[in-house]
Design a protein around this ligand. Sequence first.
Ligand SMILES: [Fe+2]
Length: 350
Amino acid sequence: MGNEKELFGGARLLRLGGHFPGSAVLHWSAGAGGKGILCTGDTIQGILDKRWVSFMYSYPNLIPLPAEQVARIGKMVKEWPYSFEHLYAGWFGKGVEKDAQQAVIRSADRYVGILDGTIRKDYWNVLLEEEPEILSVGVEPAFGVGQRAILIQTGSGNILWDCVNVLQPETARHLHELGGVQAIAISHPHFYGGIATWAEEFDAPVYIHEKDRSFVTEPNSHIQPWSGDEKELFGDARLLRLGGHFPGSAVLHWSAGAAGKGVLCTGDTIQGLKDRRWVSFMYNYPLYMPLPAEQVARIGSTVKAWPYAFEHLLCGWTGQSVDRDAKAVVIKSAEHYVGLLNGSLKREYF
Ligand SMILES: [Fe+2]
């Protein structure tokens, strides 16, 4: 009986209830270099955004725990004499890697606030780890065309590729803790929204291509147009203009990404698809207005001629990345697109 059972070696079981009447967690005070860890199964559930956790009665059926139970769990965790830096839930990749006790308390407060209506429905940033050193920065519920930005931690500074309209104070704080943002680079004008807010928060230059300069609606002293087809940034990252979707449409290549095999971030200069074996190229996506064959052929042959390899392609939307051999996918997709447009490829079943 009771809510606590001492084991040995600085480890103890703590009952929190909620998910099941006896739902417990394990605290080990010597973990995380003496800062403590908490193993939670799904008594407390890790989520994809590692700054937050959740509390459900049933996870597969999405049945929530009542507010008073979550409030009780949050209060217990706050009042424990046991602190913990890391939280490990029962699934790989789900957990909190930093200041986990505060994450649990903050998450319980937010959960209760949403249920009792004291937190109004609002836009939130969602931060998802795409791969080590690459963080997807999205907005929930989807804002605008539902795009995301991408934070690349090059080791020589952080680059925000593309931009979103929402920057929550806690997101800003989190990114400052990761070293801030030393450069913002934008693929094309559909991602110009929010750049002034982000540039001012991080005092970072915003690189846009000069061919798209006339689309800037909010002039800002941080904006630095670049020209030509290539601009070296830092930390093995460079901007490459491809045109097509917009005259200045650019992509970002980071050669250290994908464990040294290279990553290409594309916005929708090159568009990822649900079928991740292919990409596409459009003048206008919502209206399905295509790019002419000669432009797509030019983009394909430009990518082919680059001395830059890339294994992964991350476009401006989650769930549409190319996970392998992405350079070959772009070249093949361009050839396919052109071949179908000019009739040299016969229509077939995909
Ligand atoms: Fe676009």
